[in-house]
Write a protein that binds this ligand. Structure first.
Ligand code: C2E
Ligand code: MG
Ligand code: MG
Ligand code: MG
Length: 284
């Protein structure tokens, strides 16, 4: 923790915190040059309809190719989120996604709707809907190709803002989803107040296939969430599905769409294109 020295305002931090601050400053200082140098790379992870085994969507997930290393988002998104430049990054990912969709369409190929993660920091932005529409418009693609993933906020007042944004996007034909559903402190409030299209159930709610204490509770909760979401007329996506056992279970309880390592990890554009051509075999 920071301590005050005498009457001055110089704060001392533990070396661990000091290192974290230095690291965050390093990330923030490298951000704009990295953006200009196209060091951020968009990976895609398929979403699969559990009833047909067909790819029905994908999620765009960013990685940072920095000095020969591929850095995962957990190592830079939180810092950029605190400082605010995450918004620039999200627009970059949206552009890259639109460029990819445009390319596929120009080649006469099929491409599913792709979701892009938008940080809660965008809630502070003016004209968010307009800005998103403008980016998509630059590429001349149908709005239905893009979905925006939002995460819930701890702030009650934000529900109102979020609701306005979600309704605004819907009126433009752009779907929205809530990410990591169930992990926030007031998830039920969120689905009550904000009319989202898709609920992405966080991986921590998906029962494991092995026997373990509390499994029964996990199953009751999972089935109830799926049921609730369906009754509200929304779609469920289960994320982080890793095994075929889990997949069979999800199919049984009526979950619509699955995203997870059981099908594929997020992959670079070229690999994703191969997957789009090949699809999945029925038994996969
Ligand atoms: P998220 O949006 O909830 O994305 C799902 C994460 O779960 C991804 O991690 C994905 O690779 C991982 N995942 C998918 N299937 C499985 C599975 O079967 N098992 C396990 N254990 N994990 C699975 P990733 O790509 O490392 O991204 C982490 C988080 O970083 C994302 O969570 C999202 O919150 C954030 N993020 C990623 N890209 C962006 C972006 O462009 N903008 C913003 N604002 N945030 C982003
Ligand atoms: Mg997401
Ligand atoms: Mg998620
Ligand atoms: Mg997450």
């Amino acid at each position: 923790a920071a301590r005050q020295k005498g009457s001055g305002t110089v704060a001392f931090y533990s070396t661990e915190i000091q290192n974290k601050i230095m690291e965050a400053q390093g990330i923030i200082a490298s951000f704009l040059p990295a953006l200009e140098a196209h060091e951020f790379v968009v990976y895609y992870q398929p979403k699969v309809d559990v009833n047909t085994n067909k790819i029905c969507g994908a999620e765009a997930l960013v990685r940072w190719m920095h000095e020969g290393r591929l850095i995962p988002p957990v190592q830079f998104i939180p810092q950029l989120e605190r400082e605010g430049s995450v918004c620039r990054l999200d627009y970059y990912v949206l552009e890259e996604t639109c460029r990819f969709i445009r390319k596929r369409l120009d080649e006469g190929k099929k491409v599913p709707c792709i979701s892009v993660n938008f940080s809660r920091r965008h809630l502070e932005e003016d004209y968010l809907v307009k800005k998103i529409v403008n980016v998509i418009g630059k590429y001349g693609i149908d709005h239905g190709y893009i979905e925006i993933e939002l995460t819930e906020s701890e702030d009650f007042q934000n529900y109102e803002i979020m609701s306005e944004i979600v309704d605004g996007l819907r009126s433009e034909g752009i779907a929205t989803s809530i990410d990591d559903f169930g992990t926030g402190y007031s998830s039920l409030n969120m689905i009550k107040k904000v009319d989202l299209n898709v609920i992405k159930i966080d991986k921590s709610f998906i029962p494991m296939e092995t026997e373990y204490p509390g499994k029964e509770t996990d199953m009751v909760m999972f089935v109830s969430i799926v049921d609730l979401v369906r009754k509200l007329g929304k779609k469920t996506i289960a994320e982080g599905v890793e095994t075929k056992e889990q997949l069979r279970y999800l199919r049984q309880v009526g979950c619509d769409i699955v995203q997870g390592y059981v099908f594929d990890k997020p992959m670079p554009e070229s690999e994703f294109e191969v997957r789009l051509e090949q699809g999945y075999k029925d038994e996969e």
